[in-house]
Ligand binder design. Sequence first.
Ligand code: HEM
Length: 135
Amino acid sequence: MHPTAPILVRKSGSEADLCGFRVPKDTLVLVNVWSMGRDSSIWTDPNLFLPERFLESGEDFIGEDFGFIPFGAGRRMCSGVPFAHRVVHNMLATLLYHFDWKLADGEKIEEMDMTEKFGTTLHKVKPLMVIPVKE
Ligand code: HEM
């Protein structure tokens, strides 16, 4: 839903047919990953945060399922995947294991402001502020 890199950039190495469009050689192609994540022809209820959807779909992030490419795909895909895959999950699991968390300023989860700011990378406009609550 919130890809770190919302737009991927490629240059066509040769003339190609892309979904019926002729793409001449050396064309700059912008891949709208953000829009793919919100596409109801790819995802059921695309605007709902449903991580469990991946348990059954078998979709993986390693660049072979083209509807889901948070690390890009192909020869220029993220070379930090093995590192990120270990660190992000480990860090998140550690934080969740040791603490319960509540949102700052009495904000409710259902009302969290997820407005995004677009740039080369995607940011939350309102930074996530959470307070650890010792179990
Ligand atoms: C959750 C963490 C990360 C995400 C979501 C992410 C995502 C991405 C994406 C979308 C690209 C562009 C891929 C494309 O154009 O197909 C990229 C490129 C790249 N990433 Fe990451 N990345 C992450 C972590 C890392 C880490 C930890 C490293 C290094 C230790 C890293 C190194 C790189 C490099 C070097 C490229 C450029 C690859 C190239 O152009 O050949 N990334 N990353």
